[in-house]
Design a protein around this ligand. Structure first.
Ligand code: ZN
Length: 120
């Protein structure tokens, strides 16, 4: 775990207290700066970045398989797939939501904020 991972709960509390509406365009900009593999890297989750099945960051070690994949041609988007246990799929927002048990609006605001403070 690195320090950014440890800061997320405090950032989440802060953005939740601001109650600010996040424009979908801000999320699109954040996705270009910090696509899923980059987000996972800055959170210290790089050991889970794989396009072949690997241990899931959402479950106890050795209990679920996980992989990430990009989809689309001109506007490439990244998704994760968590298999065997929950069968869930998601994007950067879902990753933050599940990893830190955040509400969707809070996860969106945290994602936009992280993307602004991380240098590409
Ligand atoms: Zn799962």
């Amino acid at each position: 775990m690195n320090s950014l991972f440890e800061l997320i709960p405090a950032l989440a509390k802060f953005v939740a207290s601001q109650n600010r509406y996040i424009d979908p365009k801000e999320i699109e900009v954040a996705r270009r700066t910090l696509p899923l593999p980059g987000l996972m890297r800055v959170l210290g989750d790089e050991r889970h970045i794989s396009q072949v099945l690997i241990d899931s960051p959402f479950h106890a070690p050795g209990t679920a398989a996980f992989r990430i994949r990009s989809e689309g041609q001109s506007r490439k988007r990244w998704f994760y797939f968590c298999c065997h246990t929950c069968g869930k799929r998601g994007d950067e927002i879902d990753y933050l939501r599940i990893r830190f048990s955040l509400a969707r609006e809070v996860a969106e605001a945290v994602f936009v904020l992280i993307a602004k403070i991380i240098l590409p």
